[in-house]
Design a protein. Structure first.
Length: 241
C-alpha cells in the first residue's frame, strides 16, 4: 500500500481542495453505468436505507432512489453537495466527514463508498465508521483502486517512470489482497469481489461521458483482456464483522 501525497492536511483544507475540484460538474464522477453496475451487485431491497459516503454529485444516491431505495448522501465538500442537490432533494444530503459520520449506530441497511476511501486521511477510521452505521446483517460496497493496473503499468509507469495518480489531494493505491486485508482488519468481512475496468454504456448519458473522457474508451476496449489482479479497480461486497 502506497501513499502518494502528503498526509499532513486538515479536514478543512481537504474540503476546500475538493470544493475547487467540484467547481466544474463532471470532474469527479464516473459514468452512470458504473453506479448501476454496483447497485446490481449490492442488490438493495426497495424501502431499505442506503448511505453513500463521499457521494459527490449524488449519482449513486439518485440511481438507488430510482429503485425505491431510501438513499442518503454525505460528502465533505459543500460544493459537491450543492451539485448533488441539483438532482436530489437537499433533505437527503449532508455535508460531513467520512471519518466521523453524522448518523446513529446501526442505522443503515447498506453503505457504499465509491472511489473515495483511498482519499481519506485515515482510511481505517473511515472503514470503522462505515461499520458503525451499518446494521447487523447489512451490506457494504467499496470500490478501490489498484496500484498495479495493467494500462497504467504500460502507459504511465513505462512512459514516465511515475506511478498511478487520480490528481486529488490525498491518494492511496493498493493491490487486491492489500485492500481486502485492510477492510477485514477494521471490521468488514469480504463476501464477494469483482474487477472493474469500466462499464459499457447503457444510456445516452454514458455515451456523453465517454465523449468527454476519450482516453477511457481505450481502457474499455482492452478491458476483456485484463487479468483480475491487474484490473483498474476492485469492488468489495462486505458485511459487518
Amino acid at each position: 500500500m502506497r501513499i502518494d501525497k502528503e498526509k499532513q492536511l486538515t479536514q478543512n483544507e481537504i474540503a476546500r481542495m475538493y470544493d475547487e475540484l467540484f467547481r466544474g460538474p463532471g470532474r469527479l464522477r464516473d459514468s452512470e453505468a458504473l453506479y448501476n453496475w454496483i447497485l446490481d451487485r449490492l442488490n438493495p431491497a426497495a424501502g431499505s436505507k442506503l448511505l453513500d459516503v463521499a457521494c459527490g454529485e449524488g449519482l449513486l444516491v439518485h440511481a438507488a432512489r430510482q429503485r425505491g431505495v431510501m438513499g442518503i448522501g454525505v460528502d465533505l465538500s459543500s460544493q459537491g453537495v450543492k451539485l448533488a442537490s441539483q438532482r436530489l432533494d437537499a433533505a437527503i444530503l449532508s455535508i460531513g466527514n467520512g471519518e466521523c459520520l453524522p448518523f446513529a449506530d446501526q442505522y443503515f441497511d447498506f453503505v457504499t463508498n465509491i472511489g473515495s476511501l483511498e482519499h481519506f486521511p485515515d482510511p481505517p477510521v473511515g472503514i470503522r465508521e462505515m461499520v458503525r452505521v451499518l446494521k447487523p446483517g447489512g451490506r457494504a460496497a467499496l470500490l478501490l483502486p489498484n496500484s498495479y493496473y495493467l494500462v497504467d503499468l504500460i502507459w504511465q509507469v513505462w512512459r514516465t517512470g511515475y506511478g498511478p495518480s487520480h490528481n486529488q489531494p490525498l491518494e492511496i493505491f493498493a493491490t487486491f489482497k492489500e485492500w481486502w486485508e485492510l477492510l477485514e482488519k477494521h471490521g468488514l468481512v469480504v463476501l464477494k469481489t469483482y474487477k472493474y475496468n469500466f462499464c459499457f454504456p447503457r444510456s445516452k448519458a454514458d455515451i456523453r461521458w465517454y465523449q468527454q473522457h476519450p482516453r477511457k474508451v481505450l481502457n474499455l476496449l482492452v478491458s476483456p483482456l485484463i487479468p483480475f489482479n491487474l484490473s483498474n479497480h476492485f469492488l468489495y461486497i462486505c458485511s459487518r464483522g
